[in-house]
Design a protein around this ligand. Structure first.
Ligand code: HEM
Ligand SMILES: N[C@@H](CC(=O)c1ccccc1NC=O)C(=O)O
Length: 275
């Protein structure tokens, strides 16, 4: 019998008494102590981890989107494209994650749904921040955060900044010699015929306007992923709670279906009927 393989003999560092280890660096003790089920139901652990991992990915999406907006403003276009590509990959990740949650049946969920009280994803401040950054802005959505003045202030502050799409439109207008529209900071955008005409100009001469065209298609990709997230959510909700009212107090599936109609970058979708 040969001795079991010892990676230490090949140079692997085996002692971390006085050095930063993997767990130290990642603060794993703190991270892995944050799962506190409110019930004894088996599936509550899945539910918590699914949400916590989603929130971590959302944190990175906010970080990347904020950087991408800054890069757009300062003309650092290649960096902006790289950050935007990463955000799309994050959404793919969030979309695949539904497959794990879908293994939970209505019978599994009802064992702990009451323990959730009035808490709901409707109160996810990071989700709302992503919507606000991208341009889906509704000040009524601030109210559920009033009990947390710090988070409320962050969301309010975001509503005072031009959205990511506002910055894209500023670049579009600058590039085509037009005056950028005044950002509508506190309302969702509706398709603007003047902006639509500019995008049309870009799509009808992609060689001349390649960067803008490329950017527009990356935004359509991103919104496509976002829509798939909403669709996965509403379908999972329907198969788990049917048409019950949500714990957050909305109509549930009816509310989420209404949100499927949101258009983040309206002109980029409307444009397609005019080409
Ligand atoms: C069993 C699984 C789930 C059910 C039954 C469910 C149900 C619901 C319902 C009914 C709403 C509407 C608000 C309300 O009245 O409560 C909602 C909103 C929301 N949920 Fe979930 N959800 C589930 C999983 C998730 C997951 C995994 C996430 C990921 C973070 C999530 C994030 C959200 C967000 C962000 C909203 C607000 C959407 C908006 O305002 O457009 N949900 N959910
Ligand atoms: N709104 C869900 C509850 C729910 O899904 C939830 C509860 C607490 C934390 C996150 C949640 N996820 C998404 O809404 C329901 O009505 O069953």
């Amino acid at each position: 019998m040969s001795d079991p393989y010892d990676p230490g003999k090949d140079g692997a560092k085996m002692s971390y008494e006085d050095a930063m280890s993997y767990g130290d660096y990642l603060h794993l003790d703190a991270l892995l102590a944050q799962q506190a089920p409110q019930s004894r139901a088996h599936d509550e652990m899945l539910f918590i981890i699914q949400h916590q991992t989603s929130e971590l990915w959302m944190k990175l999406a906010i970080y990347e989107l904020s950087a991408a907006r800054e890069a757009l403003r300062s003309g650092a276009t290649p960096q902006m494209f790289k950050q935007l590509a990463r955000v799309s990959r994050i959404f793919e990740q969030l979309n695949s994650a539904w497959d794990v949650l879908r293994t939970m049946t209505p019978a599994d969920y009802t064992q702990f749904r009451d323990a959730l009280g009035p808490s709901s994803g409707f109160q996810s401040h990071q989700y709302r921040m992503i919507e606000f950054i991208l341009g889906n802005r509704n000040p009524n959505m601030l109210a559920p955060h009033a009990h947390r003045p710090d988070l409320h202030a962050q969301l309010r502050a975001e509503l005072s900044r031009p959205s990511f799409y506002d910055e894209v439109l500023a670049l579009l207008c600058r590039s085509l010699g037009k005056t950028p529209p005044t950002p509508q900071l506190e309302t969702p955008r509706h398709s603007d015929p003047d902006i639509l005409a500019l995008w049309q100009q870009v799509y009808e001469d992609v060689d001349t306007y390649w960067t803008l065209y490329d950017l527009a298609e990356k935004l359509v990709d991103l919104e496509d992923y976002f829509r798939r997230w909403r669709f996965n959510h509403v379908t999972t909700v329907e198969r788990i709670i049917g048409f019950k009212r949500g714990t957050g107090g909305t109509q549930g599936v009816a509310y989420l279906r209404r949100m499927l109609e949101v258009e983040l970058f309206p002109e980029l979708w409307h444009l397609r009927s005019h080409l």
